[in-house]
Design a protein around this ligand. Structure first.
Ligand SMILES: [Mg+2]
Length: 356
């Protein structure tokens, strides 16, 4: 039997919460994130701001150039976390199999639910209406028989809309879809695919598994399957990932600060790659130092602007390292992580999908 998966994605979530809580922001271009005169980045912007070409992950200074009269507001995480909890209370009225991807996105497996006579389409409509009624925010939904397709579908009629991909429609739907829209294809992979002549889902499907293996190694099978609309990953009732990081233990302890910095910068590159792959941004950076004595310390910095950008993190690493005792003690392990994570907002929202 086919599964029934609903992907719910709140519309311009942070900006929508700001507009809900501060009526003077309604109808205005609102940019949540860094200040325009800072090196911060746009976390989310309202649909009014998107009309000026502003999108998430864009430097705030660029957003200001595009729309100087936009209202720039710093993020209020407690408010977003509360709204997210409220949304999950609505989800639980339909199923307990809920996998959040971020504060504002989740997969719901409603296969076994008999609400709305078991119609996933009607349930999605109901969930959205319920969210709107109780939390005064709009959501979009994608309905399909697997996670990959449900996530794509939720983008189709954004904002405040929903879309169903039926079994049998998937291959046609994917055929003309630009490769960058596929979940799990980040900017780096997208460029690599384009260089190999893969522009669309159809192009991807035309590659044999062995061709894909030589290009993408372990990820080949995933790409091979999704181009055919196949995705058997279950909806996992997990909690939101709280942090993402990496660490290195040294063969022999190191005491040269310059060498430590070099290692941390390597870790930074590695962690930023997996952040990009998972479409995550962060507001907190933490370094971890384990001294030769095995005593371990962490030093963190939290910003009101997205911090998981290379230049910014690169500047902060020596500052954080200087707050440890590395100039007096040798070190056996270094780690770097990002936390206070959010996913990129929907910068591909509305109208970019070719309709077949
Ligand atoms: Mg969203």
């Amino acid at each position: 039997m086919n599964r029934k998966i609903i992907h719910i994605d709140m519309d311009a979530f942070f900006a929508a919460v700001e507009q809900r809580d501060f009526p003077e922001l309604r109808g205005q271009p609102v940019v949540v994130g860094g200040k325009p005169d800072s090196r911060g980045v746009v976390a989310t912007c309202s649909y009014e701001a998107r009309k000026f070409g502003i999108h998430s992950a864009m430097p705030a200074s660029r957003a200001y150039q595009l729309c100087p009269h936009a209202r720039f507001v710093p993020p209020r995480f407690p408010a977003y976390k509360q709204a997210s909890e409220d949304i999950h209370k609505v989800f639980h009225q339909y199923t307990d199999i809920i996998e959040p991807l971020s504060l504002d996105e989740a997969y719901l497996d409603v296969t076994e639910s008999d609400i709305c006579n078991g119609s996933a389409t009607l349930m999605a409509r109901d969930i959205r209406a319920n969210i709107h009624k109780t939390i005064q925010l709009t959501a979009s939904a994608g309905i399909a028989y697997n996670k990959f397709l449900a996530k794509l579908a939720s983008d189709q009629n954004k904002p405040d809309g929903q879309y169903l991909i039926k079994p049998g429609e998937a291959e046609l739907y994917l055929k003309t879809l630009p490769i960058g829209r596929f979940y799990g294809v980040g900017k780096v992979t997208e460029a690599k695919m384009q260089a190999s002549g893969i522009q669309t889902g159809g192009d991807l499907k035309n590659k044999s598994l062995s061709e894909l293996q030589s290009l993408f190694g372990n990820s080949a099978e995933y790409y091979y399957n999704i181009s055919r609309g196949i995705d058997d990953r279950p909806v996992m009732s997990t909690r939101i990932r709280k942090s993402l990081g990496s660490e290195t233990t040294f063969q022999s302890d190191i005491s040269d600060t310059k060498e430590m910095l070099d290692h941390l910068l390597l870790l930074l590159d590695e962690v930023l790659k997996s952040m990009e792959k998972r479409e995550l941004l962060a507001y907190t950076i933490t370094i971890k130092v384990k001294y030769a004595s095995f005593r371990q310390v962490t030093r963190s910095y939290t910003s009101d602007a997205v911090i998981s950008v290379h230049d910014k993190a690169r500047e902060l690493i020596p500052v954080l390292l200087a707050k440890t005792e590395v100039n007096k003690k040798s070190v056996r392990l270094l780690g770097l992580s990002f936390s206070n994570l959010i996913s990129y907002e929907d910068h591909t929202d509305s109208g970019q999908l070719p309709l077949f």
